[in-house]
Design a protein around this ligand. Structure first.
Ligand code: PLP
Length: 391
């Protein structure tokens, strides 16, 4: 039987860029000690206090169907958090609770793009972006952001791509590059959205992981609240990746329609997960800082380690949990380098090519193992790069 074009074209065939990760996982499962620096998963689990809140909610009976837009209490807590951080008045009617940031990305594109519409996103990009756009039948159009601009997208490039497009997806702090978009970059983005009547989908799931500068939500810029959908999540801020709890913040009419989508897809998020999420948010910034701290520390350790050599290039990450390393001096592609590093040293990193053409010749290193193991892996990676460059 024929399947729809929409579903068979979520991936475009060929390499999906995850081979090194999968090979590393298989080697580890077969008993080989592999240093896995691939995916964005914390090396701590969800805090026991959050798990207790989850258990108490479930034991207390919150195991039936939950409110589809989210519980009033959680929507209020998200609205209060967003109002406090951005200064934009936000109420529960601007908030839809979703099964993680990923479901929010899907719903946001579904809400604003029709079949065949051009949906822009910045390259390098989080690996699910083009598939998410294709999954709703739109056309995924990358706009490159080059290493020499610190991976900040340029307004002129965006304006050129924006002709006839419907939406623009941005992500700051950024995965995979660690860039935090500057006030100028954000002003440029907002200007292009206003001039070309684009929806802006702003993925802010790393907004608690800031190492340099400040995070700015473009929803707070003049005339942007009416055209911006913000994607948030507890996955990274509260080490709750498996709980699948996130949100979209946006104009009320858009949220109302996305509630209908949620009714037809997940039928909401489990009540006990939402209660645990509410508990997590109620802990305030202390818990968020505690969860972010290891990445800040490892980022500093990484910069000190990388400063001791001059072959592997890098743009110092300003936020998030990754390093983008420029290994072009080795003459290898990111893919070839990552495969060889795994084979020869049992260190798994992601090829830059997995995150788009603009990241070719880079590898992404997740800062997600204990400090000493992390530094040792980074030193080995640099020595390995030197060896390959000389070969
Ligand atoms: N957006 C970005 C940039 C990410 O890196 C991730 C996960 O790694 C997500 C969204 C999705 O996160 P979740 O669905 O776990 O909230």
């Amino acid at each position: 039987m024929k399947l729809s074009h929409r579903i068979t074209h979520i991936t475009t065939g060929g390499s999906d860029g995850w081979e090194v990760y999968i090979r590393g996982r298989r080697m580890a499962a077969a008993g080989t000690s592999v240093t896995e620096l691939t995916i964005g998963e914390h090396d701590v689990r969800t805090d026991p206090s959050i798990l207790k809140a989850m258990y108490d909610a479930a034991a207390g009976g919150h195991t039936g169907y939950a409110m589809i837009p989210g519980t009033d209490a959680l929507r209020d807590a998200v609205a209060a958090r967003v109002s406090a951080r951005t200064g934009v008045p936000t109420t529960r009617d601007n908030v839809l609770i979703t099964a993680g940031g990923q479901a929010a990305l899907f719903a946001a594109h579904h809400a604003v793009c029709d079949e065949g519409d051009a949906a822009l996103f910045i390259d390098p990009y989080y690996a699910t972006y083009p598939g998410t756009i294709r999954a709703i039948g739109a056309r995924a159009v990358p706009v490159p952001a080059a290493p020499d601009t610190g991976f900040q997208p340029r307004a002129a490039d965006l304006a050129q791509a924006a002709e006839g497009a419907t939406s623009l997806l941005i992500n700051s702090p950024n995965n995979p590059t660690g860039a935090i978009y500057s006030a100028d970059t954000m002003a440029g983005i907002a200007g292009v959205c206003r001039d070309h009547d684009l929806w802006l989908i702003s993925d802010e799931v790393y907004d608690t992981q800031i190492w340099d500068g400040a995070h700015m939500s473009p929803r707070a810029l003049p005339d942007m609240a009416a055209r911006t959908l913000v994607v948030g999540s507890l996955s990274k801020s509260h080490a709750m990746t498996g709980s699948r709890c996130g949100w979209i913040v946006g104009p009320e009419p858009a949220i109302e329609h996305m509630i209908n989508l949620s009714t037809c897809t997940n039928y909401g998020v489990s009540g006990f997960i939402q209660d645990a999420g509410l508990f997590a948010l109620e802990q305030g910034t202390g818990l968020e800082e505690q969860i972010a701290e290891p990445f800040r520390r490892r980022r500093d350790l990484a910069l000190a380690t990388l400063a001791r050599q001059n072959l592997v290039g890098y743009v110092p990450p300003q936020g998030a949990m990754y390093l983008m390393l420029d290994i072009r001096a080795t003459g290898l592609s990111g893919q070839a380098f990552a495969n060889a590093l795994l084979d020869e040293h049992r260190i798994a990193v992601m090829p830059g090519e997995s995150f788009g053409d603009a990241a070719a010749g880079f590898v992404r290193v997740a800062m997600t193992v204990a400090d000493d193991r992390f530094v040792a892996a980074l030193e080995t990676l640099c020595d390995f790069a030197e060896k390959k460059a000389r070969a």
